[in-house]
Design a protein around this ligand. Structure first.
Ligand code: PAF
Length: 284
């Protein structure tokens, strides 16, 4: 497995592989890898000749008072997992290598206005910019993202269409702990009591899936989901919404594929979870 830290050494390796006719898959990550990332790498391994994992805690997607400094990092453990998953290259640049004195960014409108974008107004500009840069550096045939960050996935698909990036975006299912909690690097922030409290998110997802299947309007589903979160004293809802799965605009009635998404604070930790209804599930 190769490790690169600069754009130029990454490009020359990729150029060599492309000359040999290899297909390239990219799994963009911010490191502190867990089973969710492992599932993306596995899928990428199955579908491509060469597997590239980027490990980069991207400063531009963190707001001023967010957890950029505290974000968990463990590059050695990440390396071990990538090696075990048979990745070919880990791209691990420093922020200076990625941004230098950059003043060009990718800003997506509309899809970034609600859900997480409401309380994190600069987040998706940072995500789109770094993902766009990674696409230009790695030039992957396929790129893999988790369905847990559902808004991110929808936004990246739209960006790829709008800006004609020549890459296929593959969404992969949410990976959960045995008790239902969606895997996230931020779960490490939770103490024991908060870890138990955090189960209210997956319980709300389960309840939402049961209620929505009976066919009804969005408010009924949201009310049932909210009730579960409100019962948990350590939980504070940032948002729970039902939106069109493609446009991410709120829908009153569940008539077409929808995304039911939520962000909930458990103590000081903001966690997200979601489900899609009315659409083929992401490929396993
Ligand atoms: O989902 C993430 O970990 C990040 O937002 C991503 C896509 C790697 C961009 O920094």
């Amino acid at each position: 497995m190769e490790i690169t830290t600069t754009v130029s050494e990454t490009r020359s390796l990729i150029r060599q592989w492309k000359k040999e006719g290899m297909t390239i898959g990219l799994v963009p990550t911010m490191g502190f890898l867990h089973e969710g990332h492992a599932s993306l790498i596995k899928k990428c391994r199955e579908e491509n000749d060469k597997v590239v994992v980027s490990v980069f805690v991207n400063p531009t997607q963190f707001g001023e008072n967010e957890d950029l400094e505290a974000y968990p990092r463990d590059f050695h453990r990440d390396m071990a997992l990538c090696e075990e998953m048979d990745a070919d290259l880990v791209f691990h640049p420093e922020p200076e290598e990625m941004y230098q004195d950059a003043c060009t960014f990718i800003n997506i409108t509309d899809l970034s206005d609600n859900l997480c974008g409401k309380t994190r107004p600069t987040h998706f500009k940072g995500v789109c910019t770094v993902v766009g840069k990674l696409f230009n550096i790695v030039t992957p045939d396929n790129a893999y993202f988790g369905q847990k960050d559902a808004q991110q996935l929808a936004i990246i698909k739209k960006m790829v269409m709008d800006l004609n990036f020549d890459v296929r975006i593959v969404g992969c299912p949410i990976i959960r702990e045995e008790d239902g909690l969606a895997k996230s690097s931020r779960n490490t922030y939770l103490n024991e009591r908060e870890r138990t409290a955090a189960l209210c998110l997956s319980k709300a997802v389960k309840r939402g899936q049961e209620v929505i299947a009976k066919g009804c309007n969005s408010n009924d589903v949201l009310q049932e989901m909210n009730e579960i979160i409100e019962k948990e004293p350590l939980a504070k809802v940032d948002y729970i919404s039902i939106v069109d799965a493609l446009t991410l605009q709120p829908v009153e009635y569940v008539e077409r594929p929808v995304l039911a998404a939520m962000a909930v604070y458990i103590g000081r930790t903001r966690l997200i979870d979601n489900f899609i209804y009315g659409e083929e599930p992401a490929e396993q």
